[in-house]
Design a protein around this ligand. Structure first.
Ligand code: NAD
Ligand code: ZN
Ligand code: ZN
Length: 384
């Protein structure tokens, strides 16, 4: 089959690979119909995630058709059309029982923090991902969800990560009616977080980025007040000034390790790899939230230590919340929101790219060329 193949930092290509097989009675094999590239893939692409092995296939935002199921699979059958949450979860461990599907204790033998994730290095279990014609889906009775009749595949694929992650970012912010919410990052995740902030009762939503085309999009889509941090001088002072010098009630980090904007963070986090990424947006979030406020972190960072202003967290009495989104927990509500037109996730998809052009797709998304917001890869075998 055709599959994306990681050859080393900033080098990915399309290759022939053996088709996946059922390795465990609870596995399924899915023929992929859509597979997105995510901001999270850029951490892998840029070489920021430890133990990202040459030969791995990335891709954790997947829709497809069930091709084959293992002997213990009860909820799926050949021919079912499914969306596959990015988390690989056993459904039974102490964390899955609490619906913390992003923190499954069984699916990732390599770590005690995150659970398994498709195509996300051996620190997330070493599973090959879905930027391919076929993918092996472990614990097939737990994650994969039948795509409701009539749902657009582009909406379905956005429900595997971007929609739940944006929603959970707003949820973890503990937004109270009338709150001022600042979202750092106008990528797909930040855009969705800004949109969802209103669902929790925000009174004012501000989005910060430096890419004008993304700010323009989220201004209309969320809708939100938008600012280009390059034009603000000191971002933190600006945000204090516009909130009566108190600070925002809730700040959301939807940027993570690839942040730009501060030389020292970029040098230590991205160029020398001495930290788990550049924590510029997180630093701005901590410094521009009000005393007693909440910082919600969905931006992804590596496992090693990262420079954050811990003194300000203590002295301002902040609450920090973060996690990988628990996709399965949120799906029932979010499927309804899409069906009722409350959320329109497919509007974020700007590029539909043949899987064969995966290396160009990464280059474009990474460099934010051609006004790209969200690219989706379509394998040649993807006939619905
Ligand atoms: N927690 C989860 O479950 C989860 C799921 C999906 C993605 N993520 C993470 O969310 C983050 C965003 O993902 P995405 O797909 O939207 O990525 P993306 O790369 O498309 O978007 C990131 C945006 O941040 C902007 N940015 C960079 N530095 C900034 C700064 N200092 N202040 C404000 N904006 C800045 C960039 O210009 C870009 O528009 C990534 O770190 C990704 O790994 C987390
Ligand atoms: Zn993703
Ligand atoms: Zn589990």
């Amino acid at each position: 089959m055709l599959a994306m193949n990681f050859r080393g930092p900033r080098r990915v290509r399309i290759d022939e690979k053996p088709e996946p097989e059922i390795l465990h009675p609870q596995d399924a094999v899915v023929r992929v119909t859509r597979s997105c590239i995510c901001g999270s893939d850029l951490h892998l692409y840029n070489g920021s995630v430890p133990d990202t092995r040459v030969g791995m296939t990335f891709g954790h935002e997947i829709t497809g058709v069930v091709e084959e199921v293992g002997s213990e699979v009860r909820n799926l059958k050949t021919g079912d059309e499914v969306l596959v949450p990015f988390n690989i979860a056993c459904g039974k461990c102490v964390f899955c029982q609490q619906e913390m599907y992003g923190n499954c204790h069984e699916s990732n033998p390599e770590a005690t923090a995150v659970g398994g994730i498709y195509g996300y290095s051996h620190t997330a279990g070493g599973y090959d991902g879905g930027q391919a014609e076929y993918v092996r889906v472990p614990y097939a009775d737990v994650g994969p969800t039948i795509i409701p009749t009539g749902m657009d595949l582009d909406d379905a694929v956005m429900l595997t990560d971007v929609v739940p992650t944006g929603y959970q970012a707003a949820e973890m912010g503990g937004i109270q009616p009338g709150d001022t919410v600042v979202v750092f990052g106008a990528g797909p995740v930040g855009i969705m977080a800004a949109r969802c902030a209103w669902l929790f009762g925000a009174g004012r939503v501000i989005v910060i980025d430096h890419l004008e085309y993304r700010l323009e999009f989220v201004k209309n889509y969320a809708p939100a007040e938008v600012y280009n941090y390059k034009e603000l001088g000191d971002v933190v002072v600006f945000l204090k000034k516009t909130t009566d010098w108190l600070g925002a009630d809730v700040c959301i980090d939807a940027v993570g390790a690839e942040a730009t904007g501060r030389v020292m963070q970029t040098l230590l986090g991205k160029q020398l790899h001495l930290m788990g990424g550049a924590a510029t947006a997180l630093q701005w979030a901590i410094n521009s939230v009000r005393k007693g406020g909440i910082v919600s972190i969905v931006g992804v960072y590596g496992p090693i230590g990262t420079l954050v202003p811990i003194g300000n967290i203590v002295n301002k009495g902040l609450t920090l919340r973060g996690n990988q989104a628990s996709v399965k927990r949120l799906l029932p509500r979010l499927i309804e929101h899409v069906q009722n037109g409350i959320l329109d996730p497919k509007a974020l998809i700007t590029h539909r790219i043949p899987l064969e052009e995966v290396s160009d797709a990464y280059r474009m998304f990474s460099a934010k060329l051609d006004n790209c917001i969200k690219p989706v890869l379509i394998p040649p075998s993807a006939v619905r």
